[in-house]
Design a protein around this ligand. Structure first.
Ligand code: ZN
Length: 529
């Protein structure tokens, strides 16, 4: 058998330049059908991945269990693994196949501080009080991409399809912490098409600036250094680093009136001193500066630095700053999006059960959102917004300015939720997330087949990238030559919570689902319907 398949592969390689592409292109509809059937066959594995990663609940840069688990599955399936890419310990690249085209899948791994939540429960009920949790739904992304990749591997082997597939994790996406570093390290240098996937309550894709609700950003921490003294008996001997933080913040808030409406900036004080009777010798504040394009983001960044320097001067302190994240506003490829849209339409929305809808409506009611349950229809591909307003950010933006890319939004969560909160975790280890991830995996696999079997489609995507997207705008990184990934972030928090979370890691050997392991009736609502 083994010998036979080697001969088969060789024959495929030898005749690949003539004839095979055309013949395979004719097989495309049947191959897509086969891909969908194979994704369905992997539903149990998809569900296990969703549930397992949900139970790990790891914050950005600390995704050790998650990465170990996912790379374990890929290694077992003959993917070649490269660990610690771009100087990030929890980052890796998994590769299967060889030659062109090279299709890379990317999706995030990390979760949200304080978002611990029991799945399937329509009110706030943490698994571990105060612990991180998947209050964004990133736990479902790898289930989507790994399922798609395993199916593609099977089809590539059986049908001798040439090309390479890669899987890359979005480490520390919530900190916008890695993808600019991946780009700098050349992770996407030989990649032809990037297929990103992100959890949503809808099934959609977009191109250009999409609905216009994307901003780019830099994330910067300012560390002020003063002089300690007794705050009552010798305050004149001290210089307060906290005063500098407060003056910087006040200065920024006055200046805000005179900034473009498109800007969004926010901060948290990460060190406000120790106790009131000690003049704080150290204090620190962390800013996100968001705007619509590179030059405006850079202007905000420089203004922030000026404010910090001025606050230091006013208080007789010193300041230094550290860039801990950056992101270009994403710009997605029209050719890839149009291709993907057809596959979304072919797959269609998952079939929600009454229990799924009951959970969705109960949660919407609980948080005071519009009560309309789960979405039943897919979204059409629309024209990009003429006037972008800005909004959230995602460091896939940096990738999208280097390789033709799309971002599949797959329907694995409940609509009308606040985002980055316990409420966004409620559906994320339930049949809603499981079914949505299966639907997403089908679209990822089918879209990859489109590009693997139609080399001219890859060319068209690059034409759009070169002649439209990057005609006048050229990518420049926000990273300085000395900037490094902030890999130490979240370590303390994760060290504190991991021992408690470990008791609740999902064990698929003993329990069919995580809901079953936690003994949660599905759905659990305040008032039984
Ligand atoms: Zn996200």
């Amino acid at each position: 058998m083994r010998k036979f398949s080697v001969v088969g592969c060789l024959a495929a390689v030898l005749i690949a330049p003539v004839g095979l592409d055309a013949r395979q292109a004719g097989q495309l509809p049947a191959l897509k059908q086969e891909a969908a059937t194979e994704v369905d066959k992997l539903q149990t594995l998809t569900q296990q991945m969703v549930d397992e990663i949900f139970s790990f609940s790891e914050l950005g840069f600390q995704e050790y269990e998650t990465s170990r688990y996912v790379t374990g599955i890929l290694e077992k399936n003959a993917f070649r693994l490269e660990h610690g890419i771009a100087g990030v310990p929890t980052a890796w690249v998994a590769t299967y196949g060889s030659g062109k085209p090279v299709i890379a899948f990317i999706t995030d791994l990390d979760c949200i501080p304080r978002a611990s939540q029991k799945p399937g429960v329509a009110y706030h009920d943490p698994i571990v009080e105060g612990a991180p949790g998947h209050g964004e739904g990133h736990n479902s992304g790898m289930a989507v991409n790994v399922t798609a990749a395993l199916v593609l591997k099977k089809l590539m082997d059986e049908h001798h399809i040439a090309g390479t597939i890669k899987i890359v994790p979005g480490v520390a996406e919530e900190l916008l912490g890695t993808k600019a570093f991946y780009v700098r390290a050349g992770v996407f240098r030989d990649v032809d098409i990037v297929l990103g996937a992100h959890v949503e309550s809808e099934f959609s894709t977009s191109y250009g600036t999409g609905n216009g609700e994307w901003s780019g950003l830099v994330s910067v921490q300012y560390f002020f250094h003063g002089k300690a003294a007794h705050a009552a008996s010798a305050p004149w001997e001290g210089r307060s680093a906290l005063d500098a933080v407060e003056l910087m913040d006040t200065g920024w808030d006055f200046r805000r009136e005179h900034l473009r409406p498109a800007q969004r900036s926010h901060r948290v004080i990460i060190n406000g001193g120790d106790q009131p009777n000690v003049v704080p010798s150290e204090a620190a504040v962390w800013y996100y500066f968001r705007e619509l394009d590179y030059s405006h983001i850079k202007d905000l960044y420089e203004l922030g630095n000026t404010m910090a320097d001025s606050a230091a001067k006013m208080t007789g302190t010193t300041v230094d700053h550290k860039l801990v994240g950056s992101a270009w506003p994403p710009y997605l490829n029209k050719v890839v999006a149009e291709t993907q849209q057809k596959n979304i339409e072919a797959v269609g929305m998952p079939k929600w059960s009454d229990a799924d809808q009951t959970l969705a409506k109960a949660l919407q009611k609980e948080i005071g959102a519009k009560v309309e349950g789960l979405k039943e229809k897919i979204e059409p591909l629309s024209e990009p917004a003429k006037k972008p307003t800005g909004g959230g950010s995602d460091d896939i933006g940096d990738i999208s300015w280097n390789v033709p890319m799309v971002y599949l939004m797959y329907p694995a969560n409940i609509p009308n939720l606040p985002g980055h909160s316990w409420a966004n975790g409620v559906a994320m280890a339930t049949p809603i997330a499981h079914k949505g991830s299966t639907a997403g995996a089908k679209v990822q696999a089918m879209t990859a087949l489109d590009f693997l079997l139609h080399p001219q489609l890859v060319e068209e995507a690059w034409e759009y990238f070169r002649n439209v997207q990057t005609k006048d705008i050229h990518y420049e990184t926000f990273l300085g030559p000395d900037d490094k990934p902030a890999v130490e972030m979240n370590k303390e928090k994760m060290d504190r919570f991991a021992p408690q979370l470990k008791k609740y890691y999902y064990d698929p050997q003993r329990f069919k689902t995580y809901l079953e392991q936690l003994g949660i009736p599905y759905p659990t609502t305040r008032n039984k319907p």
